[in-house]
Write a protein that binds this ligand. Structure first.
Ligand code: PEP
Ligand code: MG
Length: 570
C-alpha cells in the first residue's frame, strides 16, 4: 500500500512503526459493576498509577532532572490526597455512578475550585489534578502508559498529531521519522521535525488505523509517501534513494561555514530559528549571524507549571551569551492557535487561529506576560537582545505591548535591577492588517520580522494545519510577495531592519525572491542554513531583483514555482 501526505522534512528511512495515541477516557461509556467491584477496581487503578509515578520520579531523579522529578512527586501527593480519596470511595459505595464517573467528578470539582483562586501558583494545580485524573482513568482501563520521552528502539512515530508538549520531551535519538494525520508544512510538528532534521510526512488522513505497531514501513519524506507490504526490489530502490539524499545533503553541508555574500558582493545575514536554549539548538551558532527567532513558547510546553522568572532569565541569558554581540530576537510567548499549553487552561475555541492567541493571551494574563518581560530585560545586559511581539494586528497592539514593557522596566528600575538601554523592540508582521500599515508601524518600532507561515494563512484564508485545504496554502502566491515587498520598502524608508523568520526564509527559491525584494536578513531552521548559503553564493542581487519583479507580475502560485525552478540553479 502507498499512503500520501505532505513531505515537510526531507529524507528517506525504512523502519518500524510506533503508534502513538493520546488516551482520552469517555467516562459516560464505562460499564458499571457492583459497589464492591468498583471499589476494588479503584484501588487497583490507584496502585497502578502510583507505581507509574514512582518509576517516573525515580527515572528523572537518576538522570539528575530534579525539575521533572518534582512534577511527578507532586502528582504522587495528589494521588494520595486523603480528602479526595475518601470522597471517591464514598461516591463509589453510594452505588449510583460508575467508578470512572466518580473519579472524574471529584477531580474536576477540585480542579475547578483551584481555578477560581487568585494565587496563580495554586491555580496551576488544576492542570496537575487533571493530569493525575487522566492517568488514573487510563489505569482503570488497564491501558499502558505511552509517551515519547523514552522510546524502546529507533522507530517511525505514527500519530494523529504531535502537540508541542510531545515534541518538547521527544526522545530524539530514537526517532527515525514522523508521520501525522493532520498538519502541513508550517505546522509546529513540521518546524520541529526540520529543526531536528527528522524526515517527516504530515497530513496523511486516517493513517493511524491503517498501520500496526512495529510493522515495517518505508517513509519517503521527499515525495510524501508511506509504503507498506513492499518487496525486496522496492526496498533496494529506496535504500539507493536514501543513499543519494544523504550524499546530496552532505554536498550542501559543504556550504555551511561559508560567508553568505552574493556574487555581486552583498552580505546577507543568515540567522537561526531556535526553540530552546538546549545545546543541540545552539550547535549552529558558529555558522549563523544571530538568532532571528527564539520561539520562547517551547519553554512553557510539556510541563504543568509556568516557568519562573529565574528559569526564563537563565535560558535567555544562555542564548545571549552564546551569540555575544550578534543579535538574538526573542519572541514573547506565542501560544494558542495550534499550540496549547498544559500549564495554562486555555478554553477551547472554534477558530483558535483567529482567537485568543499570542499577544492577545498575554494581555489577558498580565502576570505571566510581566514575568517574561522582566526575565528578558534582566537577561538583556548579557548580549544583544531584540525583543519581538507576535500576532500584532494593530497600532493599538504595538502601543499596549510597549506600555507593558515600560511598566516592567519601571519595576526593575525601582528595584535597582539593571537592563540594557540598547534593547531593541520589534514586531512580527504576520497579520495582513499590520502589514498594510507597515509605514506607520515602522515609525513606532525598531525592527520587524515577517512571519510568512501565518501571513500566508491569514492572507489566503487557509488554516495552516488543515490537510483538507493544503492545496490552497500557497507560499508562492504572488500576493504574498507583493505584500512582503511593501513591508520591506516601508521599513527601509525609515532605515529600520526587516527580516523574515517564517519557513520561506529557509526555502532557497522563495528566499531568492525575498532578497530581490530588498530583504537582507533571513532566519531559518538549522537544516536550511547550508542550502540557503549555497543559494546566496550563486545568486546575485541583480538577478534576485529581476526574479522578484517578474514574480510579482505573475498570476498564480504554480506559475511562480515553475518560473523559480527554471531560473534558480541549485
Ligand atoms: C510565522 O508565523 O511565520 C512564524 C515564524 O511563527 P510561528 O510559525 O511560530 O507561528
Ligand atoms: Mg506565527
Amino acid at each position: 500500500m502507498r499512503y500520501t501526505g505532505t513531505a515537510v522534512s526531507a529524507g528517506v528511512v525504512i523502519g518500524k512503526v510506533y503508534l502513538y495515541e493520546r488516551f482520552v477516557s469517555d467516562v459516560s461509556k464505562c460499564p458499571m459493576g457492583t459497589p464492591a467491584e468498583e471499589a476494588a477496581h479503584y484501588l487497583a487503578a490507584r496502585d497502578a498509577a502510583q507505581g507509574e509515578l514512582e518509576t517516573l520520579c525515580q527515572h528523572f531523579t537518576e538522570l539528575g532532572d530534579n525539575e521533572k522529578a518534582s512534577i511527578f512527586s507532586a502528582h504522587l501527593e495528589i494521588l494520595s490526597d486523603e480528602t479526595m480519596d475518601e470522597e471517591i470511595q464514598a461516591g463509589i459505595s453510594g452505588g449510583e455512578s460508575s467508578g470512572p464517573w466518580v473519579i472524574r467528578s471529584v477531580y474536576e470539582q477540585y480542579a475547578s475550585m483551584f481555578e477560581q483562586l487568585a494565587d496563580p501558583i495554586i491555580r496551576e494545580r488544576a492542570v496537575d489534578l487533571r493530569d493525575v485524573c487522566a492517568r488514573l482513568l487510563r489505569c482503570w482501563e488497564g491501558l499502558p502508559e505511552q509517551n515519547l520521552s523514552a522510546l524502546p528502539e529507533p522507530v517511525i512515530i505514527i500519530t494523529h498529531d504531535l502537540v508541542p508538549s510531545d515534541t518538547a520531551t521527544l526522545d530524539r535519538n530514537n526517532v527515525l521519522g514522523i508521520v501525522t494525520e493532520i498538519g502541513g508544512s508550517t505546522s509546529h510538528s513540521a518546524i520541529i521535525a526540520r529543526s531536528y532534521e527528522i524526515p517527516a510526512v504530515l497530513g496523511v488522513s486516517g493513517i493511524v488505523s491503517q498501520l500496526e505497531d512495529r510493522q515495517e514501513v518505508i517513509l519517503d519524506a521527499v515525495d510524501g509517501a508511506i509504503l507498506t507490504g513492499f518487496d525486496e526490489e522496492v526496498r533496494s530502490a529506496y535504500e539507493a534513494k536514501r543513499r543519494e539524499i544523504l550524499r546530496r545533503q552532505a554536498h550542501t553541508k559543504l556550504y555551511i561555514d561559508r560567508e553568505p555574500i552574493t556574487p555581486d558582493g552583498v552580505r546577507i545575514a543568515v540567522e537561526l530559528n531556535i526553540a530552546s536554549a538546549e545545546p543541540q539548538n545552539l550547535e549552529y551558532a558558529k555558522y549563523t549571524d544571530g538568532v532571528g527567532l527564539f520561539r520562547s513558547e517551547f519553554l512553557y510546553m510539556g510541563r504543568s507549571a509556568l516557568p519562573t522568572e529565574e528559569e526564563q532569565f537563565q535560558a535567555y541569558r544562555k542564548v545571549l551569551m552564546t551569540y555575544g554581540s550578534r543579535p538574538v530576537i526573542l519572541r514573547t510567548l506565542d501560544i494558542g492557535g495550534d499550540k496549547p499549553l498544559d500549564c495554562l487552561d486555555i478554553p477551547k475555541e472554534d477558530n483558535p487561529f483567529l482567537g485568543n492567541r499570542a499577544l492577545r493571551l498575554c494581555f489577558q494574563h498580565p502576570d505571566m506576560f510581566r514575568t517574561q518581560l522582566r526575565a528578558s530585560l534582566r537577561a538583556s545586559v548579557y548580549g544583544n537582545l531584540w525583543l519581538m511581539f507576535p500576532m500584532v494586528a494593530s497600532m493599538d497592539d504595538i502601543r499596549r505591548a510597549k506600555s507593558c514593557l515600560e511598566s516592567a522596566k519601571a519595576e526593575l528600575t525601582a528595584e535597582g535591577i539593571p537592563f540594557s538601554p540598547d534593547l531593541k523592540v520589534g514586531i512580527m508582521v504576520e497579520i495582513p492588517a499590520i502589514a498594510f500599515l507597515a509605514d506607520q508601524a515602522a515609525r513606532e518600532v525598531d525592527f520587524a520580522s515577517i512571519g510568512t507561515n501565518d501571513l500566508t494563512q491569514y492572507l489566503t484564508a487557509v488554516d495552516r494545519g488543515n490537510p483538507e485545504v493544503r492545496a490552497y496554502y500557497q507560499t508562492y502566491h504572488p500576493s504574498l510577495f507583493r505584500l512582503i515587498g511593501y513591508v520591506v520598502r516601508s521599513f527601509a524608508a525609515q532605515g529600520k531592519p526587516v527580516g523574515v523568520c517564517g519557513e520561506m526564509g529557509g526555502d532557497p527559491l522563495a528566499a531568492a525572491v525575498l532578497i530581490g525584494l530588498g530583504m537582507r536578513q533571513l532566519s531559518m531552521g538549522a537544516a536550511s542554513v547550508a542550502s540557503i548559503k549555497q543559494m546566496i553564493l550563486s545568486t546575485s542581487c541583480e538577478t534576485a531583483k529581476a526574479l522578484a519583479e517578474t514574480v510579482c507580475g505573475l498570476s498564480t502560485a504554480d506559475e511562480v514555482r515553475k518560473y523559480l525552478k527554471e531560473h534558480i540553479d541549485l
